[in-house]
Design a protein around this ligand. Structure first.
Ligand code: FAD
Length: 451
């Protein structure tokens, strides 16, 4: 017997995972999504006859929640893990950065600072308690403890390129979450990362099918435009095409959009939500007729580059899967106040491509078979000092409404796995059973879910 109707706003992985758990709890679920397709940031497009993520994606060996979902969907044979290669581009050169031995060979860090780098990295990844460091700036702490040459040659440029104007406000707590995520995916020094054969499209398709079996209704191209409230309950949400009424409402959309929806009804709450701002991200995806480098993940630690990461997907997944096209993501996060947030995408692609001969001097634009540019304004929350004060309670001030979104992932790094984690935590707050979702040792989903 289906019981109450749960309306979920947002059909990214957080909304879809919530829908799946709610459907397993025998709820009648409706998902309302603004985009043409479900998936949000997990969306894919066609490259050489296969699907590829608009924004590079990989998984970690400890992503227990994701493994659970993939198993539920019956596609565990599609998930695999492989050793990958990581590098740092510094002083115009690529340095491998996979093992402690590579660290020893990394000239820009002086000998004694290498020891400090090792100790501080271990401390953050294995020992430090995140709660203690919420008001400590990563920038300041790393400059003090990781050694001057480490900070100058590695951490400062990496923080600058990732966080732009916010780089000195990132709490050490975030760094602890990030280090744990990466370290837990290492086995005897090597990092093993995961991918789904055929792309995340395979996961989304299987999830759609499963949701259909549970009679979950999904409405795409239905952006929610406003909300009606009666007696401290949402009575209805409105899209241009139709209205949706249910017993409870779950909002999984980015906080700034949610703030806009709530402003006419609860202005103080809207102000609270609007405190969480987001970074944008841009990925220029090149399909080349030959490889650019032999590294999968290259962090740019030289100043003045228009991208912070060069992710050569086909050094992870063979180019043969994409009609022998070599795929390179040129990735850059940006604050919404930066010029790149509004620049023409062709202009951005041109600006980034101009820098490629510095990475590989033999690179020529003739190598490019196709280029695509993808940009989002809601790539990640800006986690600044004391961010936990800004994380909203899953239970909203209205009796029948809930919020589960990226802000709940803090202090961990946002990820597909952590979206499933917070979906499970949110369902528990709504009185459902989500004990069947396993928990890895990630730091996400700890704030905002008290019962
Ligand atoms: C560049 C980049 C690289 C990444 N790399 C990785 C990685 O390697 N591994 C990993 O695990 N994760 C990675 N992630 C993170 C991962 O993609 C996200 O954590 C996850 O997809 C977030 O899902 P979500 O549902 O919370 O948000 P979203 O995917 O943003 O979904 C929100 C949905 O809400 C919809 N919406 C918005 N407004 C409305 C409205 N008014 N009405 C109805 N619907 C609305 C949107 O259209 C969207 O579909 C990456 C993200 C980016 C940007």
């Amino acid at each position: 017997m289906k019981q109450k109707e749960t309306i979920i706003v947002g059909g990214g992985i957080t909304g879809l995972a919530t829908a799946y758990i709610a459907a397993k709890n025998d709820k009648h679920v409706v998902v309302v999504e603004a985009g043409k397709n479900i998936g949000g940031l997990l969306s894919t497009y066609d490259v050489g006859g296969n699907q590829l993520e608009l924004f590079y994606h990989h998984f970690f060996t400890h992503d227990a929640e994701l493994h659970w979902l993939i198993k539920e969907l019956g596609i565990e044979d599609k998930l695999f893990y492989k050793k990958t290669s990581m590098g740092v581009f510094k002083n115009g050169k690529i340095f491998n950065f996979n093992t402690p031995f590579d660290l020893l060979k990394f000239k820009p860090i002086h000998f004694f600072d290498k020891i400090r780098f090792g100790i501080t990295t271990l401390f953050l990844g294995k020992i430090a308690s995140w709660r203690k460091y919420e008001h400590v700036s990563s920038f300041a702490w790393l400059n003090k403890w990781a050694g001057k040459s480490t900070a100058k040659s590695l951490w400062n440029p990496l923080l600058n390129i990732k966080f732009g104007p916010f780089s000195s406000h990132v709490p050490l707590t975030w760094m602890i979450g990030r280090m744990r995520q990466r370290m837990n995916s290492r086995k005897s020094g090597d990092e093993r990362l995961g991918y789904v054969q055929g792309s995340l499209q395979v996961v989304l398709q299987a999830l759609l099918q499963k949701l259909d079996e549970y009679n979950v209704e999904i409405y795409t191209e239905h952006p929610v435009k406003s909300i009606s409230v009666l007696h401290n309950n949402i009575s209805c949400i409105h899209t241009s095409q139709r209205d949706f009424s249910g017993d409870s409402y779950v909002f999984t959309i980015p906080s700034p959009f949610l703030a806009q929806l709530f402003r006419p009804i609860l202005p103080d709450y809207a102000d609270f939500l609007a405190q969480v701002s987001y970074f944008g991200a841009i990925c220029v995806v090149l399909e080349l007729d030959q490889p650019l480098s032999d590294v999968y993940w290259l962090n740019i630690a030289d100043d003045g580059y228009p991208f912070g990461g060069v992710i050569e997907h086909t050094n992870f997944i063979p180019a043969a899967e994409y009609d022998n096209r070599h795929i390179v993501y040129l990735s850059r996060y940006f604050a919404l106040s930066e010029q790149i947030a509004t620049m023409e995408t062709d202009e951005i692609a041109e600006m980034m491509i101009d820098f490629l001969p510095r990475i590989n001097p033999t690179f020529s634009e003739d190598w490019i078979l196709k280029k695509s540019v993808f940009r989002t304004k809601t790539a990640a929350t800006v986690c600044d000092l004391g961010f936990s004060q800004k994380v909203p309670d899953c239970k909203m001030p209205l009796d029948n409404s809930f919020i589960i979104n990226m802000s709940h992932i803090y202090p961990d790094e946002r990820s597909t796995n952590n979206s499933i984690r917070i979906a499970a935590e949110g369902c528990k707050v709504m009185g459902m059973n989500a004990d069947f979702v396993p928990k890895n040792n990630s730091l996400s989903g700890q704030i905002g879910f008290s019962l």
